[in-house]
Design a protein. Structure first.
Length: 131
């Protein structure tokens, strides 16, 4: 976008930019052919620019719907661990929160606790009984 249109500088090519106070920089001799940022209203960004932040599929396509369906499947998979009706876990003070707090979120810790409670703990109890 044109700096004069944003009000950053004063430019005779943009009469509205000449009304602000004089403590802003001023273009004294404007170019005969102004750059594209001063004349265009919109820009088109090609796919090669920042490919890692672009969506993989176009929004209304079938491929986009299939890809988004994976997210709902993941939410469905982990919903029992967040549901108080099926899980008796509650927020508590944990030493791991103090040590690894900035690095590991509480949800990851709760998942590990749930796996330990459901799968690993009964195995440990059985091994202790057989010894």
């Amino acid at each position: 976008m044109c700096p004069a249109a944003m009000g950053k500088i004063r430019c005779p090519l943009r009469p509205a930019s000449m009304t602000p106070d004089r403590n802003r920089p001023e273009i004294l001799t404007p170019p005969e052919h102004p750059p594209a940022c001063c004349t265009q209203q919109t820009i088109t960004v090609p796919p090669e620019v920042a490919p890692q932040t672009r969506q993989k599929h176009d929004y209304p396509s079938a491929a986009h719907r299939r890809s988004y369906a994976r997210r709902t499947g993941a939410e469905r998979t982990f919903s029992p661990s967040k549901d108080p009706a099926t899980n008796n876990m509650r927020e508590g003070k944990k030493r791991t929160d103090a040590i690894f707090g900035p690095f590991i979120d509480k949800y990851t810790i709760r998942q590990a606790e749930l796996i330990n409670k459901v799968a690993v703990h009964p195995l440990c109890v059985r091994r202790q009984r057989t010894r």
